[in-house]
Design a protein around this ligand. Structure first.
Ligand SMILES: Cc1cc2nc3c(=O)[nH]c(=O)nc-3n(C[C@H](O)[C@H](O)[C@H](O)COP(=O)(O)OP(=O)(O)OC[C@H]3O[C@@H](n4cnc5c(N)ncnc54)[C@H](O)[C@@H]3O)c2cc1C
Length: 345
């Protein structure tokens, strides 16, 4: 397909990644966002190549990690802002088995570029010691604000709600403008518009605290039952919760208490809560995103279900989606939006 004019609906990390890719390809595009939810802004923005629970690389880390880092560096340059910070992620082992597994991983080529060798100091953490991974984090608020300003300055961003009654999905016409492709990146509000409503985007609420930890000399991100990401000035992002039965974006007292309790697995120090935020992650049952084309309407596409890893996955999948759209390169079956429906048919 030779798309000449593309409408991106949703300006979170997914929509922004697609907008940058469209710009790179010289395509005429606009992003429409109603600024009514906060997931990409609330995110801690950590990009961790490891899944600590199983001491494995996270899904697609090998291909997504470096592509994401390049993407954020380019976005910083373009928007003349700074939001991408490389850092070390320290995992406190919870069992001897976990430590043994980590040591095995260190001998494995696949893991080597993502892990630091163990040192004597690593033993100073917890009963079983700790290991360190190489990651980076995005100051999410700064990222979203700077990218929005960047696209606004170029006349490529409109703040408004995309309304069903103004759109003809067959011709791709929205309010009199004809688009060659319309890409929906609606996050957890995927079911508010009809066209991809049958795709099983789930809602997983998350809460996070910003705390002042006066006694701390930590410059790393530290992970145990909770994580504490050093953001400078002895402030830390501490989180987060996973809640499946509350689709509101309000922080709760219960969420705060749970995070502070889990923080004790990192330190018994008392901390001062400076901020408390909540957002809703768009997730999927098997933790794979949904990226692809509508079954019936040729001009409609979606990218969603980024789960807990939006800042790692979105830059890569934005590119893969556009390779599919413009060059007909196949997308992996794992991200087919209709995979759940197809298997149950
Ligand atoms: C507490 C918490 C911590 C997190 N920490 C991390 C982390 O450390 N690392 C990480 O990678 N990920 C993290 N995440 C997950 C990450 O935030 C998500 O994966 C990501 O933000 C999803 O981005 P998105 O662009 O797909 O959706 P969203 O960010 O939800 O964006 C969708 C956008 O579409 C807009 N929209 C919806 N409907 C319409 C409409 N009809 N018209 C116009 N606009 C519309 C919304 O206003 C919104 O701006 C965290 C999430 C939470 C809640």
């Amino acid at each position: 397909m030779t798309a000449q004019k593309v409408l991106v609906v949703g300006g979170g990390i997914s929509g922004i990644s697609i907008a940058h890719q469209l710009e790179k390809r010289g395509v005429d595009y606009v992003v429409m966002d109603d600024d009514l939810n906060h997931c990409s802004k609330v995110a801690v923005g950590m990009v961790n190549p490891m899944s600590f629970r199983r001491t494995l690389l996270t899904w697609r880390a090998q291909v997504c990690f470096s592509e994401a880092l390049t993407f954020y560096r380019e976005a910083e340059n373009k928007s003349k802002s700074s939001f991408c910070h490389q850092h070390t992620i320290r995992r406190i082992f919870s069992t001897q088995e976990e430590k043994n597994l980590w040591e095995e991983r260190l001998d494995n080529e696949e893991f080597k570029s993502f892990l630091w060798p163990l040192t004597v100091e690593d033993n100073d953490y917890g009963a079983f010691g700790s290991g360190r991974a190489k990651g980076f984090w995005i100051d999410a608020q700064q990222f979203i604000n700077s990218q929005r300003a960047y696209f606004e300055n170029k006349g490529r961003w409109v703040q408004e709600s995309f309304l069903q009654e103004k759109f003809d999905p067959l011709s791709g016409t929205y309010q009199g403008n004809i688009y060659d492709a319309v890409i929906f990146c609606l996050g957890y509000r995927n079911d508010e518009l009809p066209w991809f409503k049958d795709v099983a985007v789930q809602k997983t609420k998350g809460q996070v605290l910003t705390v002042k930890w006066d006694n701390s000399v930590q410059a790393e991100s530290i992970h145990s039952k909770a994580y504490a990401l050093a953001i400078g000035n002895q402030e830390f992002k501490v989180g987060s919760t996973y809640e499946w039965n509350d689709a509101t974006t309000h922080p709760t007292e219960e969420g705060k208490e749970r995070i502070l309790k889990n923080f004790q697995s990192i330190s018994k120090d008392s901390v001062r809560v400076m901020a408390h935020e909540a957002g809703i992650r768009p997730t999927s049952i098997n933790r794979r995103p949904f990226v692809g084309k509508h079954r019936k309407f040729e001009k409609l596409f979606m990218m969603n279900g980024m789960g807990t890893k939006g800042y790692l996955l979105a830059p890569r999948f934005a590119r893969e989606l556009l390779d599919f759209l413009f060059c007909n390169e196949p997308l992996p079956e794992e991200v087919n939006p209709y995979r759940n429906l197809d298997s149950s048919n």
